[in-house]
Design a protein around this ligand. Sequence first.
Ligand SMILES: [Zn+2]
Length: 429
Amino acid sequence: MQATFPPTQGGEGILNYQTYLFFDGRTEYIQGYDTPQHTFPLGSLVFELLDMEFAPYLEQATGLLDRFRDADFPSERTMAQSLAEPETCVYYQAASFYHGLAEAVRTTSPALFDLLEGYCSATFRRFKQELDRMTGQLSRASQGQASGSRLSTNSLFQRAVQTGNLALTSDLLEGYCRSFPAYTEQMEVFIELDTEDASLCETALLFLESFAELLRQLTQAAEDFRSLIAATLVDEDGRPRTEHGQSPSELLAELAEHGDSTYQKYHNLEDDIHIQTRYKRPIDNKKGGISAATFYASDTLPALLFLEFVQMCAQNLPVAVCESCHRLFVPFSSRAKYCERVLDPETGATCKDIAAKLAYAEELKADKARELYNKTRNRYQMRCSRAPGNQKMRVAYNAWRKQAQMALSKYQLGEIGWETFEKVIQTGL
Ligand SMILES: [Zn+2]
């Protein structure tokens, strides 16, 4: 009879992927578990990974784990008592940590934020999924059928109760993380009921473990992707390799053929990627019909980032380093040297705007210097022509002109300041 039951899914390691990624040429789509689909230009995830500074958050998470890992969570303590002392309340600290991280990622890295939210949901819903599986097994066992679990019915029941508690407190903590520092309605009810807080503390620790691991992976991935990008997309001068006829897709194939260890490491992670065909109706409806697309999902975020990197190479995407902020961007032409990230949040000016303004100011300054030189030279020349016999004056004039010309080019190169330049021009007159 056993053959009629569906096989148990995934055994110990259940996949929780919640966020799907889909590429269409140089555009990418990210769709969360219960969030709308977002569209980004190809490369957004990798660029944003490199823009983000994850080290302080990793430090914060590991610091909290060190502080609370061996802490004693007394079973009689209530949530109200715990929350009254936020410094020593691990779930207050965990929610505060997630709030800070999420805000930072949302601001600088909107595409990566979608993946982070997906990872967060997956982490919190892990116990819910496990509980569903155990409940199925228990119900089969209660009907006298094979449960599909290696555990006895009794221990399966105990595990299910434990998992049920974790599922409940995960739900609570997820709400708190997203609404921090406010409480959700659900939180308020639990506080009011004097719920014991030990299980919530355990959940907070598991959550912190999971995020510390994610941040470690992302920090390492940032370093690895820098070297992969240097080998395939960007040259030593920070310009796209495509600009001198090199093909990133060929360079990537070479990395693969030569068994490059960094390439291999991320290539192996592709085993963690789950593929799903999804059908979507275009929003504008102009093209009509439903289109099918292959979506990728994974709990291993660096695997998805690698997939994007491969797509960047396959598309021979031109990638350059911005001469202003030194971050990566896709230039529109070989003349584009600056990205369009907002550099000055007060005025909203981008690297490109600021570079244009600076170039204009430089030009004005150079014009002003040349004007002073010309005016002085003309005056001097005039004086010489009024005294044709004055050899001494002509020698002095020639010496002055030599000095003044040198000062002008030094000033234009930025080697000397305006005051020094002005002094040289006025000396010997
Ligand atoms: Zn820039």
